[in-house]
Each structure stands twice: as structure tokens, then as C-alpha cells.
Design a binder for this molecule. Structure first.
Ligand code: BGC
Length: 246
């Protein structure tokens, strides 16, 4: 079996695991280190290096990263240090670990995994994967094809700010609102996306997807809403799948 290391860089934690891409699941345990603060490229490279060392790994590495990613470069920094803007993620992490990195947006990575191995498998219509964590990440697929870097967590919301400041789990924690109140907000957000895109399916990933059963009744779009099958591991698995395709 050919296992590829997948790393999911988040605003609060960086998680890695070897991924079995034939079965679409983790091969062994995952290893997590807290995201350094400030999350500068240099500090993050150290944390990513700990993960590579933990697995004693030297092959290609797939990396999901919480920003717009084009040709390996970070082009935004909503929840990470602004020094990342314009930095080459693949070079920063590759140089620090003496391995070859392939980087993509974290929500796109999670979407790739769910479309291939999870709830999106065989879906031919318009599918959104939404990762709900510190930020709100989106991946959009049509007939199984990814439209990368959609960044719909940043659609302008009622107060002129990003939707993610209204209904991510980061917002829920910061505003100290109940999960029920949060779900009402998130439902408004789903309806907004539904008005704009008429999707067939919403797949919810990220930390909040674990609690899906406690709020699913409050989500009322016409489009189906399901939790990610790979839950919080979708980002790791999709990052490895992305690297394998490069
Ligand atoms: C970032 C996205 C990312 C999402 C989830 C947002 O703030 O702009 O690039 O996918 O958070 O991490």
C-alpha cells in the first residue's frame, strides 16, 4: 500500500496522518500540534516539521491550507498571520522539511475527499462542501469537478462583514451563543447560498460536523444537508489525494 502524508493546516491546530488512497481512509493514527501564535510562515514551518518528523516521512506531502491557494502560493490570510500573503506554501514547508509539498485550499481538500470517498461520491449535480471551524470554508463541485478557491465564507453579510464572522464555530465561541442559536444563523447562511447557487447537496465538514445530529432539524433548505462521512479527517485525506494527482 502506498500511503501519502496529508496535513490539514488550521487556524487552531495542524493535523497530519498517513493516508491510504485506495481505501480513502487514514492509515494509522493522526498527529496534531497546536497552530503557533503568531502563525508566521517560519513558526508554521516548525510545526509542520514536527508532523513530518513524527511520521519519519520522506515522500510527497499534501497540504490543505486555510487561504486562497494558487500555484502553491497563499493569496489571503483571514485567520492566519498576514505575512503569509504572497508566500509560497510549498516552498516554505518543503524547504523546512526537505520534502516535496503540494498545497491547496483546506476546504477544497476536504471537498475532494468527500467527493471521492464520502457523501459526494457519484453526485452529479451541484455540491457544496462547507468546513465549519475558526473560519468558514467552501468547496464547490459540479458534475464532480471542483471550482477552486470559492471563498464563500466571505460573502458580505448583513453588517457588511464576512459571513464567517456571523456563523462559523469561531463566531459561535467568540459571541458565546448556544449551538441552537448558531444553527439558526447557519441555516440563514445556507439559504443565502441556496438562493445564489441552487445546489443539490450541502456536505458539512470541520469540527462542527461532529454535532450534526444536535442541530440537523434546524436546517431547512430544499437542498439536502448531510455531515461529511470522513468528518474532521476529510481535509487530511483530500490533501493527500491532491498531492497524489500532481
Ligand atoms: C479562509 C478560507 C478557508 C476557510 C476555512 C477562511 O477564512 O479565507 O481560505 O478555506 O477560512 O479554513
Amino acid at each position: 500500500m502506498n500511503a501519502i502524508l496529508g496535513i490539514d493546516v488550521g487556524a487552531s491546530g495542524i493535523k497530519g496522518a498517513l493516508v491510504d488512497l485506495e481505501k480513502g481512509r487514514l492509515h494509522g493514527e493522526r498527529f496534531r500540534v497546536p497552530t503557533p501564535r503568531p502563525s508566521t510562515p517560519e513558526a508554521m514551518a516548525g510545526a509542520v516539521g514536527e508532523i513530518v518528523d513524527f511520521f519519519g516521512y520522506s515522500g510527497i506531502v499534501g497540504c490543505g491550507f486555510p487561504s486562497i491557494v494558487k500555484n502553491g502560493m497563499a493569496l489571503s490570510a483571514a485567520n492566519i498571520d498576514h505575512a503569509w500573503i504572497g508566500a509560497n506554501i510549498e516552498k516554505v514547508f518543503g524547504d523546512a522539511t526537505q520534502t516535496t509539498f503540494f498545497a491547496t485550499n483546506d476546504a477544497d481538500a476536504a471537498g475532494i475527499a468527500e467527493m471521492r470517498f464520502g457523501m459526494g461520491k457519484g453526485e452529479q449535480g451541484l455540491v457544496f462542501l462547507i468546513t465549519i471551524g475558526t473560519g468558514l470554508g467552501t468547496a464547490l463541485f459540479y458534475k464532480g469537478m471542483l471550482v477552486p478557491n470559492t471563498e464563500l465564507g466571505h460573502v458580505m453579510w448583513k453588517n457588511g462583514k464576512s459571513a464567517e464572522l456571523y456563523c462559523s464555530s469561531g463566531a459561535r465561541e467568540r459571541l458565546k451563543i448556544s449551538r441552537k442559536e448558531w444553527a439558526g444563523r447557519f441555516n440563514e447562511y445556507l439559504h443565502h447560498l441556496e438562493r445564489l447557487f441552487s445546489p443539490d447537496l450541502f456536505i458539512l465538514g470541520g469540527g462542527e460536523s461532529k454535532f450534526f445530529d444536535s442541530y440537523k432539524e434546524l436546517l431547512t433548505t430544499n437542498a439536502r444537508v448531510v455531515p461529511a462521512k470522513l468528518l474532521n479527517n476529510a481535509g487530511i485525506i483530500g490533501a493527500a489525494a491532491f498531492a497524489a494527482e500532481q
